[in-house]
Write a new protein. Structure first.
Length: 475
């Protein structure tokens, strides 16, 4: 059923209808379209543009359609152009001409962006909930390895010994920021466009603020042209999703490396691994690799929408039909990836002994020598040179730092006496990093406790928003 066409003398060509038809993907907006229709009906009744008697009939029909859409009793047909025309067909089949009354004071331009905002808010809140669950899993895993030493890395080279719990926990902070970004996004996205019409508002006595409150939005639009053309909330959501994908990808990269034969630190559970069709011995970290690979798809969807938006003039353009599939696809992708990554992390076991043995290798304690000299009032530039000279001597002699003799230490710098050996231990090096946010186990435990507390607060905040949204959708 088309919502236009009276001024045309010919029907659209088949190719035109096929290209224009969006109901194949925008049908996902049906529940939100029906809820926004209830809100629009309320303002039409409030303004006496629809009688109370007719309003009751339309409301009952909309409620019936809500149930029929949910149960899939009502579905789009081949002749439907988009979700809006399909649902109006449903209304007119129940009410006759009265089913078209809701079109007063409303255009598909403000209607579709209202629906998409509601969809985005609903799904981004669900995404935030998943992220808080993932964060808790990461922090729980980190707490199991707080007292286990491992080499820390920069440039994928041994750098300094660290608490391995500190290494794992770093990922939790990235996802906490992502949830914060979703909360910030919510404030900007929660703007009702309904009442903006095609682009210029309406000459009918509508009340956009009343409608915004009815739909649970924080506020209504300030400029009707901007209201129908704004897709910042889509682009920003896709950016947040892309960044989440990148954070998942980094986990995927680390788990792939740590589970390799060369590292053999991580033992990924069988239920989160796959095998080879030709090599029977293989156990592949496919969930980690897919988390890494899917991030490219998420970034691509963001770029697609940004490129689509960059040259649009004035108010609504049909190009904006291309805003939905990238958003739908990106959300669907994360809803697949996050549970798999969560399960992978929760069930992975790390080889404590191998990590401990690796911790001092690669001269990772060299910084302890420099810090030791600084505490003896040696300028850091000189201390750095002396520590580097110790490493060079060890490389030449093919020994480790703690194997240098007292004479060899003092030959490099007179302040390097026998007490240097007190700081050349992995446990001592890690325990000494007590600055806020540092790797000392005492600090890491505080960090994990604080992060868990923050995650709980975030979960509560998101749950409250989700509950309010669900109640609004049911009202």
């Amino acid at each position: 059923m088309a919502l236009w066409g009276a001024r045309f003398t010919e029907q659209p060509a088949d190719a035109v209808f096929a290209l224009s038809r969006s109901v194949g993907f925008d049908w996902r907006l049906a529940p939100y379209d029906l809820r926004s229709s209830l809100a629009h009906l309320a303002v039409l009744e409030k303004s006496s543009l629809i009688s109370k008697e007719d309003s009751v009939k339309i409301r009952e029909a909309l409620k019936e359609l809500i149930d029929e859409v949910a149960s899939q009793k009502f579905l789009p047909i081949e002749e439907d152009e988009d979700v809006h025309s399909a649902l109006e067909r449903g209304l007119t089949s129940k009410l006759g001409l009265l089913g078209g009354a809701l079109r007063a004071g409303r255009s598909r331009n403000d209607q579709v962006t209202t629906d998409l905002r509601l969809f985005a808010i609903d799904h981004m809140l669900s995404l935030a909930t998943l992220l808080t669950e993932l964060t808790e899993i990461i922090l729980k895993k980190a707490s199991q390895y707080v007292d286990d030493p491992a080499p820390g890395f920069t440039h994928i080279q041994h750098a300094q010994p660290i608490s391995f719990g500190h290494e794992i926990a770093k990922h939790a902070h990235a996802f906490t920021r992502d949830v914060t970004r979703i909360n910030d996004w919510y404030q900007r996205a929660s703007v009702s466009p309904l009442g903006a019409g095609a682009l210029s508002g309406s000459s009918l006595p509508l009340d956009p603020e009343f409608t915004a409150t009815n739909l649970g939005f924080v506020k209504t639009f300030e400029n009707s042209i901007d209201a129908v053309s704004d897709r910042d909330y889509v682009a920003e959501a896709l950016f947040i999703i892309s960044l989440i994908g990148i954070h998942l990808s980094r986990i995927g990269e680390e788990w792939t490396l740590l589970g390799s034969t060369e590292f053999s630190w991580a033992k990924i559970a069988d239920q989160y691994s796959t095998g080879s069709s030709i090599m029977p011995q293989k156990k592949n970290p496919d969930m980690a690799e897919l988390a890494r690979g899917k991030s490219a798809r998420l970034i691509g969807n963001l770029m697609s929408v940004l490129a689509m938006l960059k040259g649009l003039p004035f108010a609504y353009n049909r190009d904006l039909q291309e805003d939905k599939e990238p958003l739908f696809d990106s959300l669907d992708t994360l809803f697949l990836v996050i549970p798999a990554v969560s399960g992978m992390i929760a069930t992975t076991e790390f080889d404590r002994e191998k990590m401990k043995l690796s911790a001092p290798t690669g001269f990772s304690l060299a910084t302890e020598i420099a810090d030791y000299l600084v505490r003896k009032n040696v300028p850091f530039s000189q201390a750095h040179e002396a520590a580097g000279a110790c490493v060079a001597m060890c490389e030449k002699l093919d020994i480790e730092l703690h194997q240098l003799s007292d004479e060899q230490f003092s030959s490099i710098h007179l302040s390097l006496d026998s007490s240097i050996r007190e700081v050349l231990t992995v446990q001592g090096a890690i325990a000494s990093r007590t600055t806020a946010g540092g790797t000392a186990p005492t600090e890491v435990k505080k960090q994990i406790a604080a992060a868990l507390k923050k995650t709980l607060l975030q979960r509560t905040e998101i749950a409250n928003k989700s509950k309010a949204f669900s109640e609004m959708m049911r009202s």
